[in-house]
Design a protein around this ligand. Structure first.
Ligand SMILES: Nc1ncnc2c1ncn2[C@@H]1O[C@H](COP(=O)(O)OP(=O)(O)O)[C@@H](O)[C@H]1O
Ligand SMILES: [Mg+2]
Length: 280
């Protein structure tokens, strides 16, 4: 935000501007006059019960869904990258080629190497996807996204299939990458703690509408032990219809996702889904 000499305060134009977005499937309304803005370098986490419309919204913003029912305004950057729960690497291409695939320019391979190094996979350029753990495959997916320098990064439960320790490592990595590349981010997660750890704002979707839009005003390091963290966590769990006093086990139940993502592109039916436990 910049303040001009005259005292006028201006904010940069949002990366994402959505007003009154409606998406229906066979007459059933899944996104219901939804409004959402995301600033250019803002990290927004999107939570909500299973079926509330999270993936539908991401598919619209990712340009994967071309059959939006209606909107007043629907603006997203041209350069958008999407990361899914499974890495969706091409199994017949080596890791480096997966990252460089479709990348324009004579320096594509060099940039792909740099991106792999950034996600901690220097030296694994010639590995086949099947040789990587689930966490490593997601690192490749992140490298493939970020090498394109997206203005908007969309991520649909990208760490949902990873074990807890690997997920924490991926949080740290994603934070680091976002600080460096500064894309706007919309991250779908069913994990309230993941949302609080990573996001500037948490948006709660309920029946295709934004039910709450909360700034994460928890000072770093965002430790679950602090009162502000606990208060925000309780508020979010309550918004998800969960009992905050039921303990940590309540969290994952918030959004048990359907395994398949019907509208998302699949490079191949034989895409490996062998998320092995650990990342290291
Ligand atoms: N291609 C589709 N055809 C018909 N219904 C769909 C399609 N995609 C999503 N839906 C429906 O829209 C609702 C929201 O789905 P989705 O956006 O995947 O929810 P979430 O990601 O929040 O779990 C669900 O009821 C789902 O069955
Ligand atoms: Mg979903």
């Amino acid at each position: 935000m910049a303040t001009h000499p005259g005292g006028l305060t201006t904010a940069p134009a949002p990366a994402v501007r959505i007003t009154s977005l409606v998406r229906e499937f066979a007459g059933r309304r899944v996104l219901d006059e939804l409004d959402l803005n995301i600033a250019p370098d803002e990290f927004v986490a999107l939570i909500g019960r299973s079926g509330s419309g999270k993936s539908t919204l991401l598919r619209v913003l990712g340009g994967i869904d071309h059959e939006v029912t209606g909107y007043e305004e629907l603006t997203a950057p041209e350069n958008v990258s999407v990361v899914f729960q499974d890495a969706r690497l091409l199994p017949w291409k080596r890791v480096l080629d997966n990252v460089a695939l479709g990348l324009p320019g004579a320096d594509a391979e060099t940039r792909a190497r740099t991106a792999l190094a950034e996600v901690g996979l220097a030296g694994r350029e010639n590995a086949w996807p099947v040789e990587l753990s689930g966490g490593e495959q997601q690192r490749v997916a992140l490298a493939r996204s970020l090498v394109r320098d997206p203005e908007l990064l969309l991520a649909d439960e990208p760490f949902g299939a990873l074990d807890a320790l690997t997920r924490l490592r991926m949080h740290a990595l994603l934070k680091q990458l976002c600080a460096r590349h500064r894309p706007a981010v919309l991250l779908v997660t069913h994990d309230v703690d993941e949302a609080i750890a990573l996001a500037d704002r948490v948006v709660v979707l309920d029946h295709g509408r934004i039910a709450a839009d909360l700034r994460v005003d928890v000072p770093a390091p965002r430790s679950p032990g602090t009162a502000r963290y606990a208060a925000l966590r309780d508020e979010l769990l309550t918004l998800l219809g969960l009992d905050p006093t039921a303990g940590a086990e309540a969290t994952p139940e918030a959004g048990t996702e359907p395994a398949a993502d019907p509208g998302a592109p699949q490079p191949t039916d034989s895409t490996p889904k062998n998320a092995k436990g650990s990342d290291s």
